[in-house]
Design a binder for this molecule. Structure first.
Ligand SMILES: C[S@@+](CC[C@H](N)C(=O)[O-])C[C@H]1O[C@@H](n2cnc3c(N)ncnc32)[C@H](O)[C@@H]1O
Length: 329
């Protein structure tokens, strides 16, 4: 969960805004604060409402004073490590645009690997026609909403312990019109009670629409839980994001242990659990899945080639006609 583009060292502050500051000059000022070219241009596009082609062709134009002030202020915050997504209020994720802020983790492109893998599982030959999917630790709703969009036949349930995060996720679901069921809970512990109490809300903005028939078990469980170790040297660079979304015990595996230990009690026959984790945690996560009775799939690697997603299939409580595919798809 490294946050690229932000520099460390002395904290830059926004320089005073000279009258008639041109786009080119403002971009240069942002670069001298430590922003990379890409971030500076995206912030400028956001502040001015102009596309990148227009900005390139008109970089001699003066900014309105309020635009220059807003841009330089945002650039100073970016230089101090605030995620670009928070400054812009949105993040593109798996063909969706999600609204995000400090209440949720800024969704990472690497997590699209987990979504793609989940979709392969849901769309493999012999997969249930109407699969039940559980996203544990949904944050902004990124994984749940991406799955609901790309696999409309799936019934997607999303859990987070943070009421703040669920507000963001629910608002994203409402805005995108995607029918995810949002529940507050501590991993597996509360979803059944919350569902029975009618606390679920769907993406159409109408509260209390819990389905009349909840599943006993899920066909697929996905999770990108907190997995950074307390004291990890990368944590200061991630200080703008909720600590509860990042840190998980002394070795970073506390939450993964709980999720993996609970999975078999909540998976249907031939169900699968797919999780994201740190790039050095793959062997431990796979071993935990095997110890919990799972049959590991071939792991998946992120955009940089690191082993970042691990999954396994469980035969489940009922006799299964077919074993889970060994490849995990
Ligand atoms: C790494 S973030 C992932 C957010 C989102 N799924 C994504 O990929 O962008 C982990 C999420 O797990 C949630 N979380 C942490 N502990 C939890 C728990 N015990 N039960 C449920 N959710 C939890 C956090 O609030 C946070 O939203």
């Amino acid at each position: 969960m490294d946050e690229p583009g932000a520099r460390h060292g002395p904290v830059p502050t926004a320089p005073p805004v000279p009258p008639g500051m041109r786009i080119r000059e403002a971009l240069q000022a942002a670069r001298s604060m430590g922003l990379d070219r890409h971030d500076a241009r995206r912030l400028m596009a956001h502040v001015t409402g102009r596309g990148s082609a227009w900005l390139l062709a008109h970089d001699d134009e003066p900014l309105a004073p309020f635009e220059a002030t807003r841009f330089l202020d945002a650039a100073a915050q970016r230089a101090q490590g605030r995620p670009l997504a928070y400054l812009m209020g949105e993040r593109a994720f798996h063909q969706l645009v999600l609204q995000v802020d400090e209440r949720v983790l800024d969704p990472r492109p690497d997590t699209e690997t987990l979504v793609d893998w989940a979709l392969q599982c849901l769309q493999r030959p012999g997969a249930p026609a109407v699969p039940w999917v559980l996203d544990l630790g949904t944050g902004s709703g990124a994984i749940a909403l991406a799955l609901a969009r790309a696999c409309p036949q799936a019934r997607v349930v999303a859990v987070d312990r943070s009421a703040d995060a669920l507000q963001v996720a629910r608002a994203n679901g409402d805005r995108l019109g995607l029918p995810v069921l949002w529940l507050q809970g501590d991993w597996f512990d509360d979803w059944r009670t919350a569902a029975q109490d009618g606390q679920a809300t769907t993406g159409d903005g109408k509260p209390g629409q819990a389905p009349t028939q909840w599943p006993r078990r899920f066909d697929l469980i996905v999770s990108n839980p907190p997995y950074i170790a307390e004291g990890d040297p990368h944590l200061p660079a991630l200080r703008h994001e909720p600590r509860t979304a990042l840190v998980s015990g002394v070795d970073g595996l506390d939450d993964l242990r709980r999720i993996i230990a609970g999975a078999s009690h909540h998976l249907a026959a031939e169900g699968a659990l797919l999780v994201e984790h740190g790039h050095a945690q793959g062997p431990q996560v796979q071993a935990l899945m095997e110890q919990a009775g799972g049959r590991p799939f071939s792991p998946r690697h992120d955009l940089a080639g690191h082993w970042r997603c691990t999954g396994a299939g469980w035969m489940g409580p009922e006799p299964a006609a077919n074993a889970p595919a060994a490849t995990g798809v």
